[in-house]
Ligand binder design. Sequence first.
Ligand SMILES: C[S@@+](CC[C@H](N)C(=O)[O-])C[C@H]1O[C@@H](n2cnc3c(N)ncnc32)[C@H](O)[C@@H]1O
Length: 502
Amino acid sequence: MSTTIARLREALYAADYTYDAVAALIGPTAQAALGRNETTPGLRVTTGGSPIETLTRIWLLQATVSEQDAERALPGLVDDLCAAGILERSISEVAARVDLRPYGTDGTGDERSGNLWVASDLTPGLDGGPQRVGPDHVLGISPAATSLAELTVRAPVGRALDLGTGCGVQSLHLADHVEHVVATDVNARALWLTEVNAELNGIPTGPENRIDIRNGSFFEPVAGELFDLIVTNPPFVISPATGERLVYRDSGLPGDRVVEHIVRTIPKHLRPGGTGQILANWAIQKGQAWDERLAGWMVDGGCDAWVVQREVLDLPSYVELWLKDAGLHGTPDYYTRYDTWLSWFDEQGVEAVGFGWINLRAAGAAVPDLRLEEWRWEVEQPLGTENDAHFDRVATLRALGNDALLASRPRLRHDVVQETFGAVGAEDPHRIVLRQQLGMRRARQADTVAAALAGVCDGDLTLAQSLAAIGELVGTVDLEARLAEVRELVAEGFLELDTPVG
Ligand SMILES: C[S@@+](CC[C@H](N)C(=O)[O-])C[C@H]1O[C@@H](n2cnc3c(N)ncnc32)[C@H](O)[C@@H]1O
């Protein structure tokens, strides 16, 4: 296979089948239509028969092309690509057997093309076609895959694990800043596509090379191994066991046990200082706060944890989403499946489903810091740097006693602005909000003392001096409460300390 894929890579270069060139070829309207699974606008603007048009028609729009056009775009390669399972041929026509598209990324990507190429299974449901896929279907670049890629801490490290690699998209990103990536999956087709994608992007594979592709379930293929970074977008759909399983989304474990298992096991595979990042669904049980339940999975791991619940779905919305994803909407047993799923949720005591991010850091603290919060507002992406900074702030604060905190010289982060609300013409605002423009884009209500403090924190005065000056203006300042508040302001990134990580 390797020479065929290497030659394919050269043909993709030669045709300039790159993200920017394809975007320019089809334009934003056709691209938006494709985002809605509609190919007609794209087909209308790719009729010229040039190699880039042909490749776009075959792999992005998944239309058949003539044998002559295919040969012109892929000289001497069509037979080999058919043999490799990348294309298929019918009488005088050629069509795709996989989706293969350029993927524009920030910073990562091939030096010559400036992008990555990613092959995955064909896109289901194009132009209203069948949505149903086989049990071993390999997802392409889904919104979840992109979210995890944007959340990932991108500091250069030695070893990373991409658990449940699918088409290998996370591993392709990791290969840019990690010396050795282990990519695992239980789906042989996923492992094959990961191999194809590594080769297409010129990344060597194998136990001694940049990406080591391994077959096996969860942590079995990496027993006893440690990593600096573990990322996973696991098969996290919470559904009743029906005997049917789409491996890209169903783990085969009951409820959200797959996520619990991964959260409880990651700490055993992290090197000191290492980071684990998981994208997941979790069940919200009747009578139990979601954050208490998830914290229970983390208390014994010894890792600092930062969990952000981004979305809560009511049960009918959740069931509809995943039944439609499986192409079951409108089928004769749709009602029965829907009803069975809701009954099962009832039996399990589930009242809603949460979605979000779980970040773990092996900080080696005697008492780990567990921060579980709901934040549904838009954040600045990519958020990897902010994830890293969060754990650094936690470590700094942990090492800093109150005396040291008072002697520190905090600085208001440069992107924080103040918003005031109140009656028009009133002397004093009714409410003051400090708002970040970057990172998590947090907003936090502040009283006049906290707002004044934020205003004077310019990195020159010590915290003790600032609090004393404000105390003179407003009377007494409750030192203990203000120190706790400053810790929160630092933890959330409103105030920065020039203190090294403890
Ligand atoms: C949602 S897909 C994620 C694919 C890719 N990492 C991404 O970010 O798009 C989940 C992947 O986990 C794999 N998987 C399912 N069960 C697994 C298991 N027990 N161990 C390892 N991987 C598994 C599936 O085959 C699938 O490729």
